[in-house]
Write a protein that binds this ligand. Structure first.
Ligand code: CTP
Ligand code: CA
Length: 227
């Protein structure tokens, strides 16, 4: 498909997207991570490019082809993703979409050498990672902020809680207890929640969903721009 960077609804707009999992190092050959494929964030990046945006994709380790027309920043750990996201926002962003499955915790220390086994039980002390999305929303010159809420229960209630706590503009709620959608699937079904609207988006391929989601995100973003 052709992308025309000079046209479209998002012409002159800088869109920053995080995608994929993060890897939290235990030692040089081991890490804590999660099952995020990165597909949703990558599809959103392509949709934003096709709408004419300048897109920065901050990506954790995924096995997806690099989307064309996108500036990709590859990162591993949550701390690295946090720094890259705040730098991209400081450089000027209009819309920030947090599609990454950021590890909530990282090991307190990372061993320099491969760890050797000895005791029957091993405990790894973990510490909380910073909340990238909340920190972007609290930054000076904060862009329009969009989060995802992956929930296995009370999906809308928990999603709304995140909208409030992180002080963001939109949250896309996602039921990850369903095996037919979300995480490692090609399909997804979500609802988009703002302070005064809930917009359900029917089950479809992540590629197709990304187009609809970007259109809705742009609609909500444009509402905040008109005075
Ligand atoms: N997020 C983030 N940085 C983190 C954790 C989450 O930017 N350290 C973002 C995710 O990219 C997502 C949103 O916050 O857009 C919600 O992530 P989620 O894991 O559902 O929420 P948490 O705030 O981590 O709460 P919990 O895992 O306890 O439900
Ligand atoms: Ca989390």
């Amino acid at each position: 498909e052709a992308h025309f960077a000079s046209g479209g609804e998002l012409r002159y707009c800088n869109v920053v997207i995080t995608a994929g999992p993060t890897r939290e190092r235990i030692d040089p050959v081991r890490y804590i991570s999660n099952d995020s494929s990165g597909k949703m964030g990558y599809a959103l990046a392509e949709a934003a490019v096709s709408m004419g945006a300048q897109v920065t994709l901050i990506s954790g380790p995924v096995s997806l082809p690099r989307p064309s027309g996108v500036k990709v920043v590859n990162v591993e750990g949550a701390l690295e993703m946090h720094a890259a996201a705040l730098a991209a926002v400081q450089a000027g962003a209009d819309i920030f979409i947090s599609a990454a499955a950021v590890a909530d915790y990282r090991p307190v220390t990372t061993a320099d050498q491969k760890m050797k086994k000895s005791a029957e039980q091993l405990q790894i002390a973990l510490t909380r990672n910073p909340d990238i999305l909340a920190d972007v929303a609290a930054a000076p010159n904060a862009p329009f902020t969009v989060g995802f809420a992956a929930e296995t229960q009370k999906v809308e209630e928990y999603a709304r809680g995140k909208l409030e706590r992180k002080n963001i503009n939109l949250i896309i709620a996602n039921d990850v207890s369903r095996k037919d959608i979300g995480f490692n699937s090609d399909d997804n079904e979500v609802s988009l929640i703002s302070r005064d609207e809930v917009i359900p988006i029917a089950k479809q391929s992540k590629q197709a969903l990304a187009g609809q989601l970007m259109s809705q995100i742009v609609r909500q973003y444009q509402k905040t721009q008109s005075t």
